[in-house]
Design a protein around this ligand. Structure first.
Ligand code: ADP
Ligand code: MG
Ligand code: MG
Length: 906
């Protein structure tokens, strides 16, 4: 007994595990006749297309019956070494039976054949996945049934030749052109233009030729068994997941490699059955403007991708309204229903078979930034969504599209070549041919366009400083294109019409030669290369744009200020809704030739009297700028940083410059040179700069404070509100700040006494050295505000020189040693942690401490999210990024509060 029971146990156990393995899994989900096993939420398992088909079916929208093989089946197929998982095929056959019942026909039945389409569909729609095979199930026998059923021989043979073309080219990789050439021959022989002008006999001949071609190319007969066709097509769908194009696309878009694709099998409906049939694609609203208007194109007597393939020019949807008004209004109703249900703009694909409408696909539609904004605002007004969801629907970075200048359409321009429009916007600059030249020219104050055959990671520095990038080679996913888009930089790639002669530093476009230093203009939206400087215009922002900006104010905690050094920048910032200036760099006010002279005099002074005299010359300039900025900011706070860079940066560099200065100042060349030598530093970044200058030359800071406060007092007298915030840079020790604060307060009080008026002002400091962050509790006793200077902080915490990192940092990022460039996105684990310490310690001793950030990171959405998390009061970024930062600040506040859950269901 014992023995037998033992014997029995083993096989039993085996059976039960294998049963468990299979019974728990369901590889196939059916949809048809108003009921589907899947839903829109099941995108992971059914892919986007499958989930959409299921949802539409459940909504009672007419969809031909079919089923979806899951992404899980695809993943198992690969882990089994490209074999269908157990039972999958069985489930496919069972579901095929259901489709047969629903469609009242039979797969492979020569009397009454069911035809199907086989369609790939991953979670994210992805170019590179297998194209759809239509009309599967046809062979010489079932063809007869199709003819009998439809009494339309031309249609049947057209369908058959389409099937062989698609199967041959998509499943077995025969060059599609070989099929098309045969088709062209047939049209030529008959002297007709359109495929539809061929007759049954022509198609019949083509089918024969196609089969011969198939045999020649593959060495086997065209598979006549429909089940064999189906098996091959499903395998091809799965295999396409790891195809080169799909893999590249995933890498570029950060889509994981292990998701797999679903495979959809759908009963065929035929748009190629004559004049009351057709096929089309569209959007529920205009995807480029967002206008609430059904936007679609269609073709009569056509099938599948005829509309997008360009073989015939599709008709506007208004034409459908004229020809088939009933169908049109049904389509409109379906669009409304879908929008109400998904609460978003959708794209759709449909087919009309002999006056009956079928929907074949829907998904959330891609749109431009302008459309995204309009649709979001409209849908709030239509009470489809609330403001929170509206904001979350718009990607902050996407706004970049709207904030770039564009070429004035009214201007006449000379287009000399055209490439691929890789990154939108427009750029004007002088041509340079190497990244190094780009950097050198920009240093000298030039605007440049970097022109290369193609770019590589070593060119990053030059790309970053150029206005735009033009390459002769490479496609939309080339290095230049990807990096250009990432930087939000106008970029035209693959411009084969230009020939670059690097040796001679010129390029030619047809007859025209463009030399180094010549001006060109790029149009990144059209790919055009224009000779000379085309006039640019700032795009007009819609009223919906301003509505969105207003909502970001209501729904964010973080405020957004701008980094602005001139009244002009200040105005841009205010127009975009900045709530103040977070960083005004006073040294930028000296780049003007007149001003730099006075400044050099100051640096070269031998004694304090001389220096004060020079400073007196500078003060009026500073004061004038401050007045301009204060006026533009209309009572919003303005943080002004006192002089930060080492003095030698302002000195003349070339012999020629030194000679001019020597003449102007009546100081010998030798003396100037020896002064320059004396100011030279081994490590200027860590040298005599920031408040160290103020500590050793207090008269410089005193002059600056005077200029600020005089400007403020003058305006206050005219009843213009001003809030100056004076910021001391590069403080490491509380005593430095203490000294500089005393100087600032004393000078300010002096000025106010002199003007007999009180102005509210603040004194604070930048936190950009680790020591300052770690001793923030001490520093905060002297500071009314902190502003994290994360450029320097990253350099000092990371021990990484921003100016030298280009040699190795790209390697680090490419090889995933670090995830992001720490100068673009805050290194939260290191630099970020130091910031967090600074915030906490600072607020411990000064609970009213205002804390902001003014490094480049202040405009980076990921970094903004971090700033929100550590409770900063504001971020400050370049004026043109203010809208992006405002939206990112709102996102940071809304994320994790349930709003995005709704977003992810569609
Ligand atoms: P893509 O992912 O490229 O959009 P689809 O699988 O949506 O590919 O197929 C492309 C087109 O083929 C559809 O828009 C539709 O016109 C046509 N199509 C797909 N399946 C069927 C079907 N069962 N009946 C008729 N047409 C179909
Ligand atoms: Mg396609
Ligand atoms: Mg489609």
């Amino acid at each position: 007994m014992a023995l037998t029971s033992k014997k029995q146990k083993k096989p039993l156990k085996k059976a039960s595990t294998s049963k468990k393995l299979t019974s728990g899994k369901k590889y196939v989900y059916y949809f048809g006749d108003g009921k589907a096993e899947g839903t829109a939420q099941m995108k992971d398992l059914l892919g986007g297309k499958g989930a959409g088909l299921a949802e539409m079916t459940n909504l009672g929208i007419p969809v031909p019956s079919g089923f979806t093989i899951t992404t899980e089946a695809c993943r198992e197929y690969f882990s089994l070494g490209k074999k269908f998982p157990d039972r999958m095929w069985e489930e496919v056959l069972n579901n095929l039976k259901n489709v047969e019942k629903s469609m009242n026909s039979e797969f492979g039945n020569p009397e009454n054949p069911l035809l199907i389409s086989v369609r790939s569909g991953a979670k994210f729609s992805m170019p590179g996945m297998m194209d759809t095979v239509l009309n599967l199930g046809l062979n010489d026998e079932t063809l007869k049934g199709l003819i009998k059923k439809t009494k339309n021989e031309k249609f049947a043979y057209d369908t058959y030749r389409r099937f062989i073309t698609m199967f041959g080219s998509i499943v077995t990789n025969i060059d599609r052109k070989k099929f098309e050439d045969l088709l062209e021959e047939a049209k030529k022989a008959k002297d007709v233009q359109l495929d539809t002008e061929l007759d049954a006999k022509d198609f019949k001949t083509l089918v024969k030729k196609y089969k011969e071609l198939y045999k020649k190319e593959t060495g086997t007969n065209f598979p006549s068994d429909p089940y064999e066709q189906l098996r091959m097509a499903i395998k091809a769908v799965f295999d396409s997941w790891y195809g080169d194009r799909a893999a590249t696309y995933r890498r570029l878009h950060g889509i994981p490699d292990d998701l797999g694709t679903a495979c959809n099998i759908v009963a065929m409906v035929f748009g190629n059955m004559g004049e009351n049939s057709g096929t089309g694609v569209g959007f529920t609203r205009d995807p480029s403007t967002g206008e609430k208007k059904f936007f679609a194109e269609f073709l009569v007597n056509a099938q599948g991708e005829d509309v997008v393939s360009g073989i015939r020019t599709p008709l506007k949807i208004e034409e459908l309204k004229r020809r088939m008004p009933k169908i049109y209004s049904q389509l409109e109703k379906i669009c409304n229903k879908l929008e109400k249900h998904y609460k978003d703009m959708l794209d759709i694909e449909f087919t009309i078979q002999e006056g009956k409408l079928y929907m074949l696909q829907t998904r959330v539609g891609k749109r431009t930034a302008a459309a995204a904004i309009k649709i979001a605002v409209d849908m709030v007004n239509e009470k489809l969504i609330d403001k929170k969801i509206a904001l979350l629907r718009i990607e902050p970075e996407q706004l970049n599209q709207l904030l770039h200048p564009t070429i004035d359409l009214k201007a006449e321009v000379k287009v000399i070549a055209k490439g691929l429009p890789a990154s939108p916007g427009a750029a004007v600059g002088r041509v340079v041919f190497s990244a190094q030249d780009a950097e050198e020219w920009v240093e000298k104050g030039e605007r440049v366009i970097l022109v290369r055959n193609e770019t590589s990671p070593e060119d990053i520095g030059g790309m970053a400083v150029a206005q735009g990038i033009l390459t002769a080679r490479g496609g939309m996913t080339s290095h230049a294109a990807v990096v250009g888009r990432g930087m939000g930089k106008c970029c035209v790639v693959g411009c084969g019409e230009i020939t670059i002669r690097e040796e001679e530093k010129c390029f030619t476009a047809g007859e025209i030669t463009v030399k180094e230093g010549d001006y060109i203009t790029l149009n990144g939206t059209t790919g055009e290369v224009i000779l000379g400087q085309a006039p640019l215009v700032m795009p007009k922002l819609s009223k919906e744009f301003y509505t969105i900006m207003q909502w970001t104010d209501e729904l964010s905690k973080l405020k957004v200020r701008a980094n602005a050094d001139t009244p002009k920048d200040a105005r841009v910032a205010r127009d975009f809704g900045a709530s103040g200036i977070g960083l005004c760099r006073t040294e930028h006010m000296f780049f003007d030739p007149d001003r730099i002279r006075a400044f050099r005099e100051m640096i070269l002074s031998d004694n304090i009297d001389q220096r004060k005299k020079a400073l007196d010359k500078i003060k009026p300039y500073q004061k004038k700028d401050f007045i301009g900025i204060f006026k533009e900011m209309k009572g919003l706070p303005v943080t002004i940083r006192l002089l930060d860079p080492p003095l030698h940066e302002f000195l003349p560099k070339t012999d020629e410059e030194i000679e001019i200065l020597s003449n102007e100042m009546g100081v010998s060349i030798r003396r100037i040179k020896s002064k320059i030598k004396a100011l030279e530093e081994f490590n200027p970044m860590l040298g005599h700069r920031g408040c160290r200058l103020g500590v050793t030359y207090p008269e410089i800071y005193e002059m600056q404070v005077r200029a600020i406060m005089e400007a403020a007092c003058e305006l206050a007298k005219k009843k213009i509100k001003v809030i100056p915030e004076i910021m001391i840079p590069l403080v490491a020790h509380v005593n430095e700040l203490k000294l500089m604060k005393e100087l600032t307060v004393k000078t300010s009080e002096d000025v106010m006494k002199q003007y007999r008026i009180k102005v509210e002002y603040k004194v604070g400091t930048m936190i950009e050295l680790a020591r300052a962050a770690i001793t923030a509790d001490q520093i905060a006793t002297e500071a009314e505000f902190f502003s994290f200077g994360t450029n320097d902080l990253t350099q000092s915490v990371f021990g990484l020189s921003r100016d030298d990192a280009g040699k190795f940092l790209p390697f680090y990022i490419d090889n995933k040693i670090i995830e992001d460039d720490p100068f673009i996105t805050i290194d939260t684990e290191g630099v970020g942690q130091i910031m967090e310490i600074g915030v906490k310690k600072g607020r411990k001793t000064n609970k009213n401490l205002k804390v902001g950030i003014c490094g480049e990171h202040g405009g980076d959405p990921k970094s903004i999210e971090f700033c929100h998390k550590i409770n900063l009061n504001y971020v400050s970024c370049s004026p043109y990024r203010v809208p992006i930062a405002k939206l990112a600040a709102a996102h940071a506040n809304l994320k994790g509060k349930g709003a995005e859950v709704i977003k992810s269901t569609v």
